[in-house]
Design a protein around this ligand. Structure first.
Ligand SMILES: [Mg+2]
Length: 308
């Protein structure tokens, strides 16, 4: 049977700490939940930094620009600089720049995406609502496509609509038109509610279904996110730790890139999931099992004190 993630305690703390120089940490579900910090996550991350670890905040969330993330980090007590923020919107913009893309991007998303495109000087369409104002069967007569568009980028978009879906899929009829998704997360974790909050993956699947072709995915578990930072900062996978709460993105990303992995149980993944995967006969499920586990990231604070 595959091993359950090892709970970090004093017996393995030193070996754990000595195994990495760089920390990539997911944000929502690990550091904060919405606008609320999770326990003492800030003290834990700042302590790792003071021990000489390089920190990167790695998020699939496409709704905020890196500047907005720095502000959020600072507000919640995490030391952070713009260079340390790696969002799926940032990776999207870097990817298009590396490809020498020189047309316009049709954006199904928010200002988090357009701000990053602006940063690298790539043209894009305006964001915001495009509601259905006529019968959908009238749209083929009235909708005009922007001939400059050479890529469709789909991220989180609460204004997602039938006309947007039709526009996106129609651009993608041209097989030269790039199809990019910031991430494929199914849902956002929300606490104390019976409601389900749809994630970017739901919009991506809509477009993918109509377009009849798959997107290039920028966020975790795609390796693109690690490629962008590892090339820039020469990070060795074998000296890098990935911390996350969602195993099918964060931990799988870590495994795909050859990183050490730590799962915390303050977000999507529950202890029961880990037990279920470890007992499963499906080897794909075993890949979701991290090397290490902590109930919450802030637990590191007291553990690290024992070293002083
Ligand atoms: Mg998360």
């Amino acid at each position: 049977m595959p091993q359950m993630p090892k709970i970090i305690d004093q017996t393995c703390l030193r070996a754990f700490l000595n195994s990495f120089d760089n920390v990539l940490t997911d944000c929502d579900g690990v550091l904060w939940s919405g606008d609320n910090i999770i326990g003492r996550a800030n003290d834990a991350v700042n302590k790792l930094r003071s021990l000489g670890k390089k920190i990167f905040y790695v998020t699939n969330n496409s709704t905020k620009s890196r500047d907005e993330y720095v502000k959020k980090c600072e507000k919640l007590g995490f030391i952070a600089s713009k260079e340390e923020i790696v969002s799926s919107s940032f990776v999207m913009a870097q990817y298009l720049k590396q490809q020498g893309f020189n047309k316009k991007v049709y954006v199904v998303g928010t200002s988090g995406m357009t701000a990053e495109l602006d940063n690298v000087g790539i043209a894009h369409t305006d964001i915001g609502p495009e509601p259905l104002t006529v019968s959908p069967f009238k749209l083929p007569e009235t909708m005009e496509l922007d001939p400059e568009v050479g890529a469709v980028a789909v991220g989180f978009d609460a204004d997602f609509s039938f006309p947007k879906l039709m526009r996106a899929a129609s651009h993608l009829e041209d097989q030269e038109c790039l199809f990019i998704a910031t991430n494929t997360d199914e849902r956002f974790p929300i606490t104390d509610s019976k409601l389900v909050f749809p994630g970017t993956g739901s919009f991506v699947r809509c477009v993918e279904t109509v377009a009849e072709r798959p997107p290039l995915i920028m966020g975790k578990p795609s390796e693109k996110m690690f490629t962008v930072i590892s090339e820039k900062y020469q990070l060795k996978p074998s000296r890098t730790l990935m911390i996350g709460d969602r195993c099918n993105t964060d931990i799988l990303f870590g495994k795909n890139c050859g990183l050490h992995t730590l799962v915390v149980l303050t977000g999507v993944t529950k202890k029961e999931d880990l037990e279920m995967w470890s007992k499963s006969s499906d080897e794909e499920k075993h890949r979701l099992l991290a090397d290490y586990c902590l109930p919450q990231l802030g637990d590191l604070v007291d553990l690290l004190k024992t070293l002083e």
